[in-house]
Unconditional design. Structure first.
Length: 211
């Protein structure tokens, strides 16, 4: 089962990607589900879940969090109560991870080796405590950045995720996560990640279409 685990729509307020275009593009590529991770807010993705149901596509929801050391993907929060800081940027990394865990959710560093401002952790990712996996395949990254993330995941003995980090239609599905079990809800998603029943990859259906 393939899930694009890192997707943005216009509700991230940094792009114009319509949710229905994202979902239809993912379906056309053969992706089984998408996870919407709007910036700063879990609640912002609520309209996308409804559209997914109408389009016959499983839509899971997370959030991308901007910390003072890099970006985190959180899966399993159920509202924006995780954010107790009253702002959206440069949140303190360790307390954020602790708060995510208190919510019964998991934290995953996004594009950790992307050298752009505070977006990537770089080598600091090796020191982070309390994360469940590492995003090793990000569709917006250089291949070399993804390779470094893969090396870090191996060194830390952590599962890997892949996501397109799409902000436009054609970016959907460049990278995705292959699950070895069926995932039909966020609880099953989290259980599979914790069990290591997933791997980040360049989605083969995307590569085939682009040739």
């Amino acid at each position: 089962m393939w899930i694009d685990t890192h997707c943005h729509t216009k509700y991230s307020h940094d792009n114009w990607l319509e949710p229905v275009d994202l979902i239809r593009r993912a379906k056309s590529l053969g992706i089984d589900a998408v996870c919407i991770t709007e910036h700063h807010s879990y609640e912002a993705s609520a309209p996308v879940e409804k559209i997914g149901s109408e389009e016959g596509m499983l839509v899971l929801r997370g959030v991308e969090i901007s910390t003072d050391q890099g970006h985190l993907l959180a899966y399993g929060v159920e509202d924006d109560g995780w954010n107790i800081w009253g702002r959206d940027n440069y949140l303190p990394l360790a307390p954020v991870i602790e708060r995510i865990q208190e919510c019964g959710a998991i934290a995953v560093p996004a594009h950790p080796f992307r050298e752009l401002g505070f977006a990537g952790f770089l080598e600091r990712v090796l020191e982070i405590q309390g994360i469940a996996a590492i995003e090793t395949h990000n569709g917006g990254n250089r291949d070399s950045d993804n390779e470094l993330a893969g090396i870090a995941a191996t060194r830390m003995a952590l599962p890997t995720l892949g996501g397109s980090d799409c902000h436009k239609t054609l970016a959907v599905g460049r990278c995705a996560t292959e699950f070895s079990v069926v995932v039909s809800c966020m609880a099953e998603f989290i259980a599979a990640v914790r069990a290591g029943q997933c791997r980040g990859a360049y989605f083969p259906g995307y590569a085939a279409e682009r040739r």
